[in-house]
Ligand binder design. Structure first.
Ligand code: NAD
Length: 257
C-alpha cells in the first residue's frame, strides 16, 4: 500500500463506523487527518485512536453536513492548519426505511440532503484545492446505489445519485488529474441500521439473514471498507477513476435462483 505520508485527508462522518475506521487507517499510513462530525466526544475517540495507531494528531471539525456554513468551515479549517487538501472522503450518510407507499417528501429531503446535497457542496468547495494537489475523492456509496432493494427507497435513490455524481465529476476532473471513485459496501456492521430504526432483535436477524444475501456468507467489517477506500485514494489506483467498487462479499453479483 502506498504511503499517505503528509497527505492532507478530510473524512466526513468520522465519529463512528466506516468513517472512523478509515480515518484511523489513513492516519496510520501517514495521512494528516481532518475528522468531521457532529458529536465532539465521539470525534475525540477517533482522534485518540489515531494517535494510538501511531498517526499524527488529527484536526477535529464539528460540523453538521446539513448546515452550509458548517460545511464551508471544513475546507477553511483544513487550509488554515495544513494549507492544502489531497484526499476527500465523503462518508457521512444516513439510512431511513420507507417505501413509495409510506415515505414522505420530508424523508426524501432528510436523506437526499445528507447523502447527496452535503456531499455535492463539500466536493464543490474542495475541488479547487484538489486540482492544485492533483488529489482525489472517494465517495462512500452503497450496494444500494448499483442494485435495487425494496423498503429503503430514498436511500437507494440517494446512493444511485452518489454513483452518478462520482462518474460525472470523474470525467470533469480527469483532465486536471483529480481522480473520483466510490466504494459500494454491502452490509457492514456499524450503528447505521439501528440509527435507521432497527431494534436489537431485528438487527440480529438482519445480520443472520446477511449470511444468505452476501455470496461470501457474512456481513462485512469496517476495516474491509477502510482498506478499499485507502486503495482508491492511493497512488496504487493512479489510473482508476469513475468506478463504483463493490465491497460487499459479492452481493451485487447475486440474483435469486
Ligand atoms: P454510521 O452511522 O456509524 O456513520 C455515519 C456517520 O455519518 C456518523 O458518524 C454520523 O454521525 C454521520 N452523519 C450523518 N448525518 C450527518 C450530518 N448531518 N452531519 C454530520 N455527520 C453526519 O454508519 P456507517 O455504516 O459507518 O455509514 C458510513 C457510510 O457508509 C454512510 O454513507 C452509509 O450510507 C454507508 N454505507 C454503510 C453500510 C453499512 O451496512 N453499514 C453499507 C453501505 C453503505
Amino acid at each position: 500500500m502506498s504511503s499517505f505520508k503528509d497527505k492532507v485527508v478530510i473524512v466526513t462522518g468520522a465519529s463512528s463506523g466506516i468513517g472512523a475506521a478509515t480515518a484511523v487507517h489513513l492516519a496510520s499510513l501517514g495521512g494528516l487527518l481532518t475528522i468531521v462530525g457532529r458529536n465532539v466526544d465521539k470525534l475525540q475517540e477517533t482522534a485518540d485512536n489515531i494517535v494510538a495507531a501511531g498517526g499524527a494528531p488529527a484536526l477535529l471539525v464539528q460540523a453538521d453536513m446539513n448546515n452550509e456554513s458548517d460545511v464551508e468551515e471544513i475546507v477553511k479549517e483544513t487550509l488554515k492548519k495544513h494549507g492544502r487538501v489531497d484526499v476527500l472522503v465523503n462518508n457521512a450518510g444516513i439510512l431511513e426505511t420507507g417505501t413509495i407507499e409510506n415515505t414522505s417528501v420530508a424523508q426524501y429531503d432528510r436523506v437526499m440532503n445528507t447523502n447527496v446535497r452535503a456531499l455535492y457542496q463539500l466536493t464543490m468547495l474542495a475541488t479547487p484545492e484538489l486540482i492544485i494537489t492533483k488529489g482525489c475523492i472517494v465517495n462512500v456509496s452503497s450496494v444500494n446505489g448499483i442494485r435495487s432493494f425494496p423498503g429503503v427507497l430514498a436511500y437507494n435513490v440517494s446512493k444511485a445519485a452518489v454513483d452518478q455524481f462520482t462518474r460525472c465529476v470523474a470525467l470533469e476532473l480527469a483532465p486536471k488529474v483529480v481522480r473520483v471513485n466510490s466504494v459500494n459496501p454491502g452490509v457492514i456492521i456499524t450503528d447505521i441500521h439501528k440509527r435507521g430504526g432497527m431494534d436489537e432483535a431485528t438487527y440480529q436477524k438482519f445480520l443472520e439473514h446477511s449470511r444468505t444475501t452476501h455470496a461470501m456468507g457474512r456481513p462485512g467489517d469496517v476495516n474491509e471498507v477502510a482498506a478499499a477506500i485507502a486503495f482508491l485514494a492511493s497512488d496504487a489506483a493512479s489510473f482508476t477513476t469513475g468506478v463504483s467498487l463493490a465491497v460487499d462479499g459479492g452481493r451485487h453479483a447475486m440474483c435469486p435462483r
